[in-house]
Design a protein around this ligand. Sequence first.
Ligand code: ACO
Length: 349
Amino acid sequence: MPGLSIVGTGRFLPGRPYTNSDLARVLDTNDEWIRQRTGIAQRHYCPRGQGPADLALPAAKAALESANLAPSDIDYILFNTMTPDHVFPGSGTVLGANLGCIGVPALDLRAQCAAMLYSFQLADSLILSGAAKRILIVGAEAHSAMMPWRDWDVLEGTSDRKPSAQDFERATKHRGWAVVFGDGAGAVIVERSDKPGAGIVGVDLHSDGTHVEELCLPAGFKMRGAAGEIGAEEWLIRMQGREVFKQAVVKLPRSVELVCEKSGVPASEVDWFIAHQANRRINDSVCERLGLDPARMPCNIDRYGNTSGATIPILMDEMWRDGRLRPGQLICLVALGAGFHWGSVLVRI
Ligand code: ACO
């Protein structure tokens, strides 16, 4: 039976990083709070006028280059994003056009921070069914469009003025989530492999929409008359951070236990646990509950913040390029995102 192997990876982070102290210019926060509660030191933001498809393009090109492939070698695109360029069409088709993959099937996945897990499951099935041979999987996010401040010039340091008291207060009201998110893109190319054991070893995936209110961005087509009335408030995330945290630290270790149990693979045989980077403390707690050395669950949230559907492919690219991730290894992808969607996927790459 054919499986899949990783043949190339890429990433792109726009512009310069913004530190926690930069954020303190537009809302009431401080470096110590953000580092202690989340592990984040800095993040990047997508420039005005650009979206996830723009961030995905250089990441995809870097992945093609690392695999020594051309756009014409790709026969399917899976695009993970919760911040699409447009409500419709999807960002995958925009990326395909910009990359020169005209006519290649392109599908957006709406599983937020867990989308990479769904993409791997889907890629494996597409390859197994013969529908695709070489798939470009991209995760890209432009959260900057939903940040609760208007004072980008103050944040960027191009203006000495202070935000108005009203703007500062509004941004501060949303500081619990606004300091967490960053923008970026990661890309992974997988192709059909006939090596024995290559590809998906086990999957434990779940969706439970009873948690929508705990983490969502309300704007959408549920609102009749929205075109005439929609206000900026609908474009701000609603997040019950503590509840999300509590759910993640219970559901994720259980899922890892289940996928290992179902696959007959002890956790000790997994080379890397590649987890979504939502909050350093969540991943430390998952490791503690599983009795794992945290060194086996690499972390880069300090440099990029939470880039939602892009965290896993960005981390995979870092690890592929510095040699930690190598062909033949067994990895476990782990994530929980809005929906909730969560789970873990074991892959022999
Ligand atoms: N700077 C300074 N103080 C702050 C900030 C900030 N940025 N944000 C909140 N505070 C204050 C609050 O006002 C509160 O003060 P009070 O005690 O005087 O009222 C205090 O800090 C505690 O606030 P909480 O919101 O309870 O903080 P908590 O410890 O829960 O940390 C956090 C918040 C970091 C968001 C955490 O709950 C978390 O990481 N949750 C999980 C988030 C997550 O995983 N989200 C999304 C997944 S991504 C996706 O799918 C979209």
